[in-house]
Ligand binder design. Structure first.
Ligand code: ZN
Length: 135
C-alpha cells in the first residue's frame, strides 16, 4: 500500500476531527447533481468530504440516483425542499418557499382588504345613488 493516497486525505482536516458529520441536503444535491464528476473532483466542491467519503456516499445513494434533488427554480442555488410536498411541487428551496408563502399571505391580506373596502364603497354608493357601471 502506498502512502500517496493518504496525502490527499489530509487536506480535509475538518472531517477527521469529527467522526461523522451528517450529509446535508446541499451536499447531497451537489453529489447527485454531478454524476459525471469523479470523487476527487467532488471533494473539491465539498470541503467537508474526502474522496473516500464521497465514494461511500455514492454507493449508498446511487450515482445516478432517480431521487435526484433538483435545484430551486427561483434561486437556482439550493436544493428543493423535498420534505414539504408543497415546496416540492412548487420547485422551491426552503428559504424561497417560506419567502413565497409569506409574500402570498401579505398579498392575500391586501386583496381581502381591498375587496372589503370596494364592497363597502359599492353598498354605500348604491344606497346614495343609482348603481354605476363596472367595478
Ligand atoms: Zn431558492
Amino acid at each position: 500500500m502506498t502512502r500517496r493516497r493518504d496525502v490527499t486525505f489530509v487536506t480535509s482536516t475538518k472531517s477527521t476531527q469529527k467522526s461523522y458529520e451528517r450529509w446535508s441536503a446541499e451536499e447531497d444535491a451537489v453529489l447527485l447533481g454531478h454524476p459525471d464528476m469523479t470523487a476527487e473532483e467532488l471533494a473539491r466542491l465539498l470541503p467537508r468530504r474526502t474522496p473516500d467519503a464521497i465514494r461511500k456516499r455514492r454507493s449508498r445513494k446511487g450515482r445516478w440516483s432517480k431521487v435526484r434533488t433538483p435545484l430551486c427554480s427561483r434561486c437556482d442555488e439550493r436544493p428543493v425542499w423535498t420534505e414539504s410536498p408543497r415546496a416540492r411541487r412548487m420547485g422551491l428551496c426552503k428559504g424561497c418557499y417560506l419567502h413565497e408563502m409569506e409574500h402570498r399571505r401579505r398579498e392575500e391580506k391586501r386583496s381581502n382588504a381591498l375587496r372589503q373596502s370596494l364592497l363597502k364603497e359599492r353598498r354605500r354608493s348604491s344606497r346614495e345613488e343609482k348603481p354605476t357601471i363596472g367595478a
